[in-house]
Write a protein that binds this ligand. Structure first.
Ligand code: FAD
Length: 202
């Protein structure tokens, strides 16, 4: 949820709009937001705080007494356009995109090497891994969508192909929400296990 859409939580089924994303506590959620948006928000709040400090000497402090959350939301609402992307420092904590890429890499690769005929224990472990994601995934906004999706389409842990297909569809659902192209699910092995037939990844 972004500051811009804070009051319309029914919008959560639609594409994630640009801007600062708020967590369940209504405060800006760093791990739910791209690093460019986060840095832009930090710059804006710093500027606003400086401006408020300067003007408070000649007026009442009412405008700045709404608490951290309210000022954060106001600053975030002032965003929306001009996000200034700067190159992140190396070894910075991940943002929503880096975390997403790393998680998808782990999940798709694990599915690609999952047994064709898993034992009951392997199935149970895979189910447990997948079911823990909506509970533990740090981007709460992402986790809540995943929870809804998994409720309507439960994980297929019957074997490698079924699991790869199920994950591909989950990922495509996120792609669609973010306005990205759908991935061709017949190419999951090529992407995550075998590499292209021209040998360019060998
Ligand atoms: C469970 C989960 C939920 C998420 N929810 C959100 C969200 O609500 N909002 C948000 O902003 N971000 C969310 N993300 C992050 C988002 O999905 C992306 O990871 C992030 O935006 C970076 O995107 P990217 O374009 O670099 O590629 P990614 O989407 O991370 O994909 C990485 C690579 O996977 C391959 N790929 C793409 N689609 C598929 C597919 N369907 N099947 C197999 N391989 C594929 C492509 O080669 C691609 O380069 C979520 C991530 C996860 C793991």
């Amino acid at each position: 949820m972004t500051a811009e859409t804070e009051s319309s939580s029914s919008n959560t089924a639609t594409k994630l709009p640009p801007g600062m994303v708020l967590g369940p506590d209504g405060k800006p959620c760093k791990i739910c937001t791209s690093s460019a948006e986060w840095r832009n928000w930090k710059r804006n709040t710093t500027k606003k705080a400086t401006h408020a400090e300067q003007s408070s000497s000649s007026s009442t402090s009412a405008a700045t007494s709404g608490g951290a959350s309210a000022s954060a939301v106001a600053a975030a609402a002032a965003l929306g356009t001009a996000v200034q992307s700067t190159t992140p420092q190396v070894e910075c904590p991940p943002d929503v995109e880096q975390l997403g890429r790393a998680t998808w890499t782990f999940l798709h690769t694990t599915a690609a090497y999952y047994p064709e005929k898993p034992t009951p224990t392997q199935r149970a472990n895979m189910l447990s891994l997948l079911r823990s994601l909506p509970v533990l995934y740090p981007c709460s906004w992402c986790a809540s969508h995943l929870k809804d999706n998994m409720a309507s389409r439960p994980p297929d842990v019957s074997g490698r192909l079924g699991l790869s297909r199920w994950l591909c569809e989950q990922h495509n659902d996120v792609n669609e929400r973010l306005g990205k192209e759908r991935f061709d699910c017949s190419k999951t092995d090529e992407r995550w296990k075998d590499g292209p037939s021209d040998g360019s990844c060998d």
